[in-house]
Design a binder for this molecule. Sequence first.
Ligand code: APR
Ligand code: PHB
Length: 389
Amino acid sequence: MRTQIVIIGGGPSGMLLGQLLARAGIDAVVLERKTREYVLGRIRAGVLERGLVNLLEQAGVGARMKAEGFVHDGTLIAYDNDMFRVDFAALTGQTVLVYGQTEVTRDLYGAREAIGGDTRFEVDGVVIHDAGTESPFVTYEQHGAQHRIDCDFVAGCDGFHGVSRKTIPVSVRSEFEKVYPFGWLGILSETPPVNDELIYANSDRGFALCSMRNAALSRYYIQCDTGDDPVRWSDDAFWDELRRRIPPQAAEALVTGPSIEKSIAPLRSFVTEPMRWGRLFLCGDAAHIVPPTGAKGLNTAASDVHYLYQGLHQFYGEGDPEGIDRYSERALARVWKAERFSWWFSTLMHHYPGQSAFDKKMQLAELAFLRSSPEAQAAMAQNYVGLPY
Ligand code: APR
Ligand code: PHB
């Protein structure tokens, strides 16, 4: 068979791109390795920048997000047993929307099904052929049968462990990576959030984050060792450790309950360049990874999708390749700024194994400066709410 775009990966990147293309009359087939249920079972951060909110509305999936999402005007930063607030709205005129990534993906799946979009699940052995030519094609297996799809372009939206990035010859690719010496142990609990806004905490015992999905569903994280195991952490042990890492006024307000999900995520910064090779484009986690501290993973995937959609729309609509030719340059310019912010915030907020007393003093001095300087807070707020596309 033939289509215009083969999208590899049915996560947020692939599904958002597919939806935008469909609304512009550009055909795409989505190939997803897992089942629909598996994809929608993933628990991930849900702090949406204005740019992503706009894209989702443009894709026609903004209704539930606007009805159920929580507008956050700011966030709390805790250190030295106290907290201060960074007021996004006052400093930037912008806010963020708290709405789970799982719900974003669920809305995108619903929209694609409603238009009869071609999404193929449980595909195996995806191979991208002739991406360096003007006649790429993709082969894959599904339920024991071999398939081939000829196309104009391939969008590699298959995440960090996908095949797309590795299709680009090693001689062409440059990779940049930083692996952090700690992870995040996260739990989901059917309890009211400890605060209306997020609390990012730097403590001598390590980082902690108090977040939420809705008024009855809370999401908490504590920094843990890279080799740690969620099974080693009882709920009580988690709650006790979280209380030790947040200021007393928050610890006293904390409502605890049984965890309904408990997992550990490693922290990594990663970028591959270029994000285009011939007729293959990389989007989202296929091209870059950020530590979750700045909540930039989904939001940076969104700006990739924006640039790629604009380029494909320009190509098919006007026969002008300018947008796709500049895709990698444009996407990477914003990716690196998101990488910087995520690295800066992670370095500021975590306790590094073997950290010297001087290093700790540097963290506390930077936090004290951030607390005292409206300009420093404005710089942080601009990055947190999202830099322009
Ligand atoms: N063939 C088909 N599908 C694949 C393959 C493959 N070889 N490899 C991976 N996939 C699928 C995965 O099952 C997943 O559903 O590609 C999808 C990639 O989705 P994500 O990993 O969520 O990446 P992306 O869509 O770019 O979304 C980025 O997800 O991981 C978070 O923090 C990240 O919030 C960010 C967002
Ligand atoms: C989350 O709610 O899961 C979350 C929020 C903000 C972050 C990371 C994770 O920076």
